[in-house]
Ligand binder design. Structure first.
Ligand code: NAD
Ligand code: MG
Length: 298
């Protein structure tokens, strides 16, 4: 099986979308119901011991990018606390199994990140169950497209900000209090921070906020030996896009606007998270690493 080190043409590495990719899902969506199935590294990510003995929390760990990050962290040698919504148990069970198969500890901790108490509990779970925390990957996110600002309710605006921005604040705050020097925090922003879609006003603005928060906190925590960075994905094939992230008709051309001409797969994000998590990026701080298939970022 080809892994991430196999020499190949990135244009042809993964499929381009067609009409059969159009699909809608309620709620947060499930990876298990997607067609085609995304590649989150289940059969394609090979670890090389880059995170041996590390203790991680990954949010959104059931599906998409978070799933790829949890699998990669485990195969690189980290124990992982997995955060996801209770309704995503089916997806999460598979990730728990994959982390265990990698020989690492998997601790499932479902809950709602819009709740500050749950965010604090997530960090406490790592301390209690893994014996500490030195790696936090904030990957969870909410994205709901709306044609008009008139259709963005205060409820949606609030949920988008609580999920994407407030939870990051609560988790970073709780994590910074317990992390030893050498630790890493990785937030997840987006190409949308720089090129906001007219139909993603609330979402895109949370991603710009995440960039600013990341750079400010990076300067604050660097003297304590905690590195804070962010990843900016381009269009990636995940449940988020089917669960209201995009209008259904847009999925047949999803990702074709990139120079590679195709959407990214979640596993293609994993090496970037591993790099920022690992001590090999010791001098990389306050950076937003773009993984966009060639869409330019500032
Ligand atoms: P995804 O749907 O697989 O992952 C998002 C996860 O967020 C869900 O699995 C869910 O577990 C979690 N989540 C949402 N609301 C939550 C809540 N209230 N409480 C707890 N967990 C909650 O989709 P994904 O695309 O892998 O998204 C991961 C991150 O990548 C998000 O931050 C998203 O904004 C970002 N991103 C995605 C794309 C893309 O094209 N897919 C592009 C840029 C950025
Ligand atoms: Mg999910």
């Amino acid at each position: 099986m080809a892994d991430q080190y196999t020499f190949q043409d990135p244009v042809k590495q993964y499929p381009k979308p067609d009409d059969s990719w159009k699909q809608e899902q309620p709620g947060a969506g499930l990876e298990g119901r997607m067609h085609p199935t995304p590649d989150a590294g289940e059969k394609t990510y090979r670890g090389t011991g880059r995170l041996e003995g590390r203790k991680a929390v990954v949010t959104g760990a059931d599906s998409g990018i978070g799933r790829a990050v949890a699998i990669a962290f485990a195969r690189e040698g980290a124990d992982v606390v997995l955060s996801y919504l209770p309704e995503e148990e089916d997806d999460a069970k598979q990730v728990v199994q994959l982390v265990s198969q990698a020989g690492r500890k998997a601790v499932a901790c479902p809950g709602d990140l819009k709740d500050e108490e749950y965010c604090e509990r997530l960090i406490r779970t790592a301390v209690d169950e893994l014996g500490g925390l030195d790696l936090l990957a904030n990957v969870a996110g909410k994205q709901q497209n709306q044609e008009s600002i008139a259709d963005i309710t205060t409820g949606q605006f609030d949920e988008t900000y609580r999920t994407n921005v407030y939870s990051m604040f609560w988790l970073c705050k709780a994590a910074a209090a317990v992390m030893p020097p050498g630790s890493a925090i990785i937030n997840t922003t987006s190409i949308q921070a720089y090129e906001p879609s007219p139909i993603l006003v609330d979402y895109a603005s949370t991603k710009a906020a995440i960039n600013g928060f990341t750079k400010g906190l990076a300067g604050q925590l660097a003297p304590k030996g905690i590195r804070v960075n962010a990843i900016a994905p381009g269009p990636i094939w995940t449940p988020l896009q089917q669960a209201g992230g995009q209008p259904e008709e847009a999925l047949s051309s999803f990702g074709t606007q990139t120079p590679l001409g195709r959407p990214g797969q979640p596993v293609e994000l994993a090496p970037a998270y591993v790099f920022l998590a690992s001590a090999e990026s010791s001098y990389v701080i306050g950076e937003t690493l773009a993984v966009t298939g060639g869409m330019p970022t500032p």
